[in-house]
Design a protein around this ligand. Sequence first.
Ligand code: GLU
Length: 424
Amino acid sequence: MVAQKGTENINNDKHDLLKSTQIIIHEALEKLGYSDEVYELLKEPLRMLTVKIPVRMDDGTTKVFTGYRAQHNDAVGPTKGGVRFHPDVTEDEVKALSVWMSLKCGIVDLPYGGGKGGIVCDPRTMSFRELERLSREYVRAISQIVGPTKDIPAPDVFTNSQIMAWMYDEYSRLDAFNSPGFITGKPLVLGGSHGRDSATAKGVTICIREAAKKRGIQLEGARVVVQGFGNAGGFLSKFMHDSGAKVIGISDAYGALYDPNGLDIDYLLDRRDSFGTVTKLFKNTISNKELLELDCDILVPAAIGNQIREDNAHNIKANIVVEAANGPTTLEATKILTERGILLVPDVLASAGGVTVSYFEWVQNNQGYYWSEEEVAEKLEKIMVNAFENIYKIATTRKVDMRLAAYMVGVRKMAEACRFRGWV
Ligand code: GLU
């Protein structure tokens, strides 16, 4: 678990996240026949803003937080991506996450490039009002480079619709207009979309279903392990449970729960707090490491990065691994899992449901006409199934792993857009 490591290790891991992303982008561009110039342009964000955010705390003192906003590439359209609030946020991590957003948008064919933001803070130790002030000050600090046609933020780790609402309100005040298209993941009453809160998990569920079909696994009765019980992990456990699968393991940042007969997901969802913590209520817990190595059919890392590595990839017993988190599997581990015949559905495909419904939200905001939950679900289903099939086909015909195939799809549109614009 990253939470147990020293800061130095975390930062090294995060530097590796960017480096390994660059390695796959290079490989993908090479396979597609693009020159090194294109790689030079796409290997890092076009823009990276670092801001210092002074916030008046409840006790009267002022605390200065560090925030980032990275814009990877805007050749296709405005940049898009979430803002995370986490004590371990680093510049390299935000950069890598912005690259992944570009890939996700390319994979599900949205008219966006990738962006990402982050603030180094621990929202678990902050009051409601402190969080409000931090959210508003962050928007003021990055206001010059964001906007409904420039760069559109959204929720990510430890940020939610309330935080989006404050950010939206602050931007609307600065802009002196109501600008709902400035941010997605808003509450429904402020122009949010039906289905946005569960969209990432819906997309992951569709990928699980499609991957299970390829492997001839019946979802009914299949043994599923989900690492992480936050937004994605929580909804996903519920969807799996409701579809007749047996969720035998779940976890949070503090530990994991295991029951070979299937956990009572409704009860656990009812007892978890707003940060997805539930295992503290139980005595018989196992570690996150043990959870990942459980005997199961489908494993879904839905927590943080760098969880399946060279040192534990050989012990993974699942037939299918579907990445709901960003960057849970290292480059070396991807190779090991693929060699072992495990079907790995990569993050940039599996977790693209969130940004897809964010795009729907933005479209609805722009046209001022809102869709029903069924319409959203139907459109998401079509996009995710097409994306999965396309990448699976490329992986099979080009004899590459699913991650490289996904990168090839993700990077192609961006590279073409840069070429047509005359940038390369
Ligand atoms: N933070 C989410 C992601 O990593 C969603 C981004 C968005 O909705 O723009 O995909």
